[in-house]
Ligand binder design. Structure first.
Ligand code: FPP
Length: 254
């Protein structure tokens, strides 16, 4: 008798439903290396990366994880060859157009974080349309960081707060974490509990610098196009084995 294939449609039995991260953030690294390993042009890695991201989003719904934030394009990625940047912009636009109906069916609410005004106009239009149409969906919150930089986000918040102080709406000693957070792209959303980075690099790469203050970080050697539900299962198992102390003593020692 052949063994039943593991489909992982449902939450794996060894994971505790009540201790899942509510919000997972991913640095999707390794598309280019994946393509190179297959003897393919780099852009094919990005194409496969989209398939992985789509399955991750479905998996969050299947397993009961409320929010996923993906780092699609950093402020530094403009430094890549023009053809690759153009390909990525066109890819984002096409994926948004093609996947909107499915996002509606799956009750996904999509949002974007980053400096969107620098993106091609047609992509901005597609972004606005997908955000507007999915606005009232109540399922997975899917945030896409596009032309995103954590330092830039913090600087923009500082400028906005400084302007309020200059105009007399705030005094410097009134500035606290809650006020600061309200000026970030992620205002009103919960911070990531788990940050996953693929392809083995031990870096944050300017992603959600403020928001990952207490996130558990999980790095896997898997390249993003190979990051499947088994890999996600491993990441969640590692997360559930961690003792999240938030600067206090461990639960075992307190
Ligand atoms: C990093 O791999 C990946 C990117 C810069 C692009 C990721 C984008 C997607 C997967 C598409 C997402 C689409 C939507 C609509 C959200 P790399 O190119 O740095 O890989 P390397 O380090 O191996 O060169």
């Amino acid at each position: 008798m052949t063994a039943k294939p593991i489909t992982l449609h449902e939450l794996p039995a060894d994971l505790h439903r009540d201790r899942l991260p509510q919000h997972v953030a991913v640095i999707m690294d390794g598309n280019g290396r994946w393509a190179k390993n297959q003897g393919l042009p780099r852009i094919m890695g990005h194409r496969r990366g989209v398939d992985t991201l789509k399955d991750m989003l479905r998996c969050c719904k299947d397993w009961g994880i409320g929010a996923l934030t993906a780092y699609a394009f950093s402020t530094e990625n403009w430094g890549r060859p023009l053809e690759e940047v153009d390909f990525l912009m066109t890819l984002f636009e096409r994926v948004l157009r093609q996947e909107l109906r499915e996002m509606m069916e799956e009750d996904v609410q999509i949002q974007f974080i980053g400096n969107l005004s620098a993106l091609p106009h047609s992509l901005q239009q597609e972004i606005t349309r997908s955000v507007e149409e999915t606005r009232h969906n109540k399922g997975t919150q899917f945030r896409v960081a596009t032309n995103y930089g954590g330092r830039q986000e913090i600087l923009e918040a500082c400028r906005a707060i400084a302007t309020q102080v200059q105009q007399g709406h705030l005094t410097p000693d009134q500035i606290d974490e809650a006020i600061f957070e309200r000026h970030l792209y992620t205002a009103g959303t919960c911070d990531p509990d788990l940050l996953i980075r693929t392809s083995g690099e031990m870096r944050i790469s300017n992603f959600l610098l403020w928001q990952v203050a207490y996130a558990e970080i999980y790095v896997t050697n898997a390249l993003w196009p190979d990051f499947d539900r088994s890999e996600f299962h491993r990441a969640l198992s590692a997360y559930q084995a961690r003792d999240r102390r938030f600067g206090k003593l461990s639960s075992a020692r307190s």
